[in-house]
Write a protein that binds this ligand. Sequence first.
Ligand code: AMP
Length: 215
Amino acid sequence: MTNIVLFGAPGAGKGTLAGKIKKFSSVVHISTGDLFRANIKNETPIGKEAKSYIDAGQLVPDSVVIGMVKDRIDQPDVKENGFMLDGFPRTLEQAKALDEIASLDVVVVIEIAKEDLKKRILGRRSCPKCGKIYNIYNDELKPKKEGYCDVCENTALVQRSDDNEETFEKRWNTYLSQSEAVIDYYSKNEGLVQKIDGTRTMSYTEAELRSILKM
Ligand code: AMP
C-alpha cells in the first residue's frame, strides 16, 4: 500500500498524471477539486458552501476540506489500496491534519512556471461522463475528434467554470501564498519530497513519476 501526495499549482498536470497512474495501480485517486465539483452537481450542503469560494478562485475553508478528505480516506477501498491525493493538502493546516490521519510515503512536487500553467488552464477540457482530461493546445492531450471524448464517443467535452483567465490569476496567487509553507513542512522529513519537471512532455513526466513511485 502506498500513500502519495501529488502537489503542484493549478494546471501543473496532477489530475492528468493521476489518470495515467490509475491504469496500472489500484491506489485510489482522491481529487478534492473533483469531490467538490461532484458535491456542487448534486447540490449537497458541502457543494453549496464550496461553490462561492471555487468560483472566486479562493480556497474552501480548511474545516470543510479536511472533514471531506477524512471521510474519503476512511473508506475501505482506500484502507486496502492506499491513496493518491490530488489538490490536498493546500495549506499548512491541511498538511498537519493529514499527518494525524495517515502516514505518507512520498510527496511529489510538480514544478512548472506560471506562463506554462496559464496556457494549460485555458486549454483544459474534460469529459463530463468519464472525467478524462484533454488539452486543446497540446498534441499529446488533444481529443481525436475536436470537442468530443475519445472514450465516450458522442459526449461533448466541457470546460471548468473556474478555468478562465481572471480566476486563474487568483488561484495562482493563492497557490503562491500557501504552497511554500506546505513544501517547507514536508521538506523537514528527509527523503519524503521528490520533485519532477512539469514543463516536459506528458510522457516524460509520467515516466519520471512512475520511476519515483516504482510502478
Ligand atoms: P482543483 O480542481 O484542485 O483545481 O480545485 C478547484 C477548486 O476547489 C480550488 O480552486 C479551490 O477553490 C477548491 N479546492 C480544491 N482542493 C482544495 C483544498 N485542498 N483546499 C481548499 N480548497 C480546495
